[in-house]
Design a protein around this ligand. Structure first.
Ligand code: GLU
Length: 486
């Protein structure tokens, strides 16, 4: 591996750019770019940037009739707030550097959206498609017990969640392993989030990242002056959108944009990309994939020659929603989107950022745009500690109060309220209403905070730098309050 004093490359478009030698280094470069706009001393900045704890494990699991040695990680990037929080990824690409980078992004992400956690991430280096459900369960349970042995999991220590290649099923295995090895722990349900609702999960968690991406971009699109600079009209309706990755995050993002009247002109998967300038319905595409095993040859759409060609089509908004490093110095010059909304973690490299900035493309960064998942994880964790479902206490009370208010309005005006409005107004909040409104508020507030920082300093070049400034200031403040041991 190369050292941090890394080679520089020359880009005709923007002069010398320091080339990141790894994903973690890439995150460090974003951090350094933003740190210049903060007042913190070097030592504090170094502490914020560093990965506090890296746990690399190897454990044996019997697969079929042989023993396989599984490589896995859990990284706790920051302990300035506890517990640590972040997903667990199952992928053949998992390595220590990647998990460190993703854990660091979690720290900054949580700070930006005011979720009071330190950042963490886990990964198991496997291709989950190659294992049976029974084998995946064995691997997940063994990984969980390794975490327990080293005190790397717990509602007040470190709380995993889904990420690429994992979902509700894996989270329920983690929960069950934890509860059986730690019997009687009152807040044990809070040791993991993204659980099925029947096992202490919260309604709305599954679609939360995609919903958050939608709320965040909708807010960005609502600012007239910013849109004018890009030559776009404000608003979501009629915008042409391309989504790369049709997993949980990509599918829900595409669905919310589709429902709000945007035109999904291209969907890109790992094995194919389909294009239809009249628009695609993400539900129909997913149904087709279920039936045929691929989105390839979806009726009425053109299947592109290379799936990566989809990234380079003309559109208003390009949403990479799969893995890191999909847009780099090589393909960035050919990107024709006006806005890039990063639903994945780290889909652009530092070099791509620089090139796109020169092309006047607005990059809406992952570090807050995909924070919907962890935000609703926070709501789930709070629900687990409270031991009560959201809305349970106040739903009926609110409904009764609303009924009384309506009665008074009708009496005073002499006009009856129509049935449709009556149903809307009288209804007391359910868990899903409260979760979605908490998420909406979080994403809108984050955009406003970041825009304020971005526009208040003429040298801050882009939204990502502004978002990192926000994160660094909040974490720096936490360290200042904690005090550093003498
Ligand atoms: N894996 C998701 C992320 O990267 C969610 C993490 C969480 O809910 O803790 O943000």
């Amino acid at each position: 591996m190369l050292t941090s004093d890394q080679v520089t490359t020359n880009h005709p478009a923007q002069g010398p750019v320091k080339k990141p030698y790894s994903f973690f280094h890439n995150v460090e470069m974003w951090f350094d770019k933003a740190a210049r706009f903060t007042k913190w001393e070097k030592g504090i900045l170094e502490q914020i940037k560093a990965c506090n704890a890296v746990y690399r494990m190897r454990f044996p699991v019997k697969i079929g009739d042989h023993i396989e040695v599984i490589e896995a990680y859990r990284v706790q990037h920051s302990h300035h707030k506890l517990p640590c929080k972040g997903g667990i990824r199952y992928s053949e690409e998992v390595n220590q550097d990647e998990v460190m980078a993703l854990a660091a992004l979690m720290t900054y992400k949580c700070a930006i959206v005011n979720v009071p956690f330190g950042g963490a991430k886990g990964g198991i280096r496997i291709n989950p498609k190659k294992y049976s459900v029974y084998e995946l369960e064995k691997i997940t349970r063994r990984y969980t017990s390794e975490l327990i042995k080293k005190n790397f999991i717990g509602p007040g220590i470190d709380v995993p969640a889904p990420d690429y290649g994992t979902g509700e099923r894996e989270m329920s295995w983690i929960l069950d392993t934890y509860l059986s090895l730690k019997p009687g722990e009152l807040d044990g349900l809070g040791c993991v989030t993204g659980k099925p609702v029947s096992q202490g999960g919260v309604r709305g968690r599954k679609e939360a990242t995609g919903r958050g991406v939608f709320y965040g971009l909708r807010e960005v699109l609502s600012h007239k002056e910013d849109m004018k600079r890009l030559g776009l009209e404000p608003g979501v309706e009629g915008k042409t959108v391309i989504v790369q990755g049709l997993g949980n995050v990509g599918y829900h993002t595409a669905k919310f944009f589709y429902e709000a009247g945007a035109k999904i002109i291209c969907l890109i998967e790992w094995d194919a990309a389909i294009y239809n300038p009249r628009g695609l319905n993400p539900d129909e595409v997913v149904k087709f994939r279920e039936e045929t095993g691929s989105i390839k040859n979806f009726p009425g759409a053109q299947t592109l020659r290379r799936n990566t060609d989809g990234l380079e089509l003309e559109c208003d908004i390009l949403i990479p929603a799969a893995l890191e490093n999909v847009i780099d110095a090589e393909n960035a010059p050919r990107i024709k989107a006006r806005i890039i909304g990063e639903a994945a973690n780290g889909p652009l490299t530092v070099e791509a950022d620089e090139i796109l900035l020169k092309k006047n493309v607005l990059v809406v960064p992952d570090v807050f745009l995909n924070a919907g998942g962890v935000t609703v994880s926070y709501f789930e964790w709070l629900k687990n500690l409270q031991h009560v479902r959201y809305g349970r206490i106040e739903k009926r009370f609110t409904a009764n109060m609303n009924h009384l208010i309506l009665e008074q309005i009708e009496k005073n005006t002499g006009k009856p309220v129509d049935d449709a409005h009556r149903r809307l107004i009288e209804h007391g909040p359910d868990e899903i209403d409260l979760v979605n409104s908490g998420l909406e508020e979080t994403m809108i507030e984050a955009v406003q905070e970041i825009r304020e920082i971005w526009h208040s300093h003429k040298d801050i070049p882009d939204m990502r730098t502004a978002a990192f400034v926000s994160a660094i200031n909040k974490i720096g403040e936490a360290y200042a309050q904690l005090g550093i041991f003498p």
